[in-house]
Write a protein that binds this ligand. Structure first.
Ligand code: AMP
Length: 299
């Protein structure tokens, strides 16, 4: 399998009802890689500043994450700050400092160009297009985005939508793209923009997949304590795509299982700040929770 992710590598400052971390490791590409690398190798493309401490990501290297596409530029690493309140489904962005990301032009290393599975994490759609122009015939392109780009770079985003197979987004974003309040209608209408399938996440209420005229609903794994939801979306995507790349199939049954693996890994990620949980997670723990998932939902 060959799986490529392009996204952010960040220092996050996050406050939740359970505490606060400052300048802790984060970013969509790293959360994705930490999850996907549990299934097989991952190629990463991104940028960090000269202040980045590479020793902090040695755990990813040990798991088979190829970091050749991680460029170090002079300047500061991307920084994001967010706060969560009692209702952890909603977050407030306190700041976004693009720093080295502002001038980032993704260059895909030669040996990444044949990647079969591609995840375009939440970055500027113009950069996502540049990435696709450098990849040769991927089997599956999965796209993530956010309201910032839906309103700010609509036409570029529509171009990426035409070139992706699956879009992953949250309920608010699905409604915003389609101007459709009903979530089922909105999910169906997203396919009019190009993707063959859509996954709409609803925070602690789970995720739904729409594929070939069929819906699949997966609850979020019920947890008594969510410490930090940051990276839930990206670790979901990492588990989802890691599973697909490993099985090398994209039929509905595989996509459904991939949603369950994505939800399971995201449920571990939110149990602690930053990568504290994903650093130590094992495949045995994941399989055990997948089994519990099955028992919870079968009748
Ligand atoms: P998630 O919670 O899965 O949506 O992703 C959270 C991660 O996304 C954090 O670690 C942030 O550093 C990163 N992030 C937040 N805003 C942006 C942005 N505008 N562009 C790229 N990455 C971002």
């Amino acid at each position: 399998m060959s799986l490529l992710v392009v996204g952010s590598i960040a220092y996050d400052t996050v406050e939740t009802p359970f505490g606060k971390v400052e300048d802790s490791l984060g970013g969509s590409a790293l959360y994705f890689s930490a999850a996907a690398s549990l299934f097989g190798p991952v190629n990463v493309v991104g940028v960090v500043g000269s202040d980045f401490d590479a020793s902090k990501i040695s755990f990813l290297k040990k798991r088979g994450v190829d970091l050749e596409g991680l460029y170090m530029e002079s300047g500061k690493t991307f920084r994001w700050g967010g706060r969560y309140y009692e209702d952890m489904n909603k977050r407030e962005t306190l700041f976004t400092y693009l720093n080295v990301f502002e001038r980032f032009q993704p260059r895909i290393p030669e040996h990444y160009r044949h990647s079969e599975y591609v995840f375009l994490a939440n970055i500027d759609p113009e950069l996502q297009l540049q990435v696709l122009d450098q990849i040769e015939k991927p089997k599956l392109v999965v796209l993530d985005t956010m309201n910032f780009w839906i309103s700010g770079k609509r036409s570029e985003l529509e171009k990426v939508l035409k070139r992706c197979d699956i879009i992953i987004l949250n309920d608010e974003e699905a409604r915003e793209i389609t101007s459709e309040a009903n979530l089922i209608k909105a999910t169906k209408r997203i396919l009019e923009y190009g993707p063959k399938s859509a996954i709409v996440k609803k925070g602690e209420h789970g995720a739904m997949l729409y594929h070939n005229g069929h819906f699949f609903f997966a609850p979020a794994f019920p947890l008594e304590k969510v410490v930090d939801p940051t990276g839930a979306g990206d670790s979901f995507a990492g588990g989802f795509m890691g599973y697909i790349a490993k099985t090398d199939k994209t039929d509905f049954a595989t996509l459904k299982k991939a949603v369950i693996y994505g939800s399971t890994i995201a449920s571990f990620n939110v149990e602690d700040f930053s990568f504290n949980r994903l650093k130590t997670i094992t495949m045995e723990e994941i399989e055990e929770r997948v089994k519990a998932f099955k028992e919870l939902t079968s009748f």
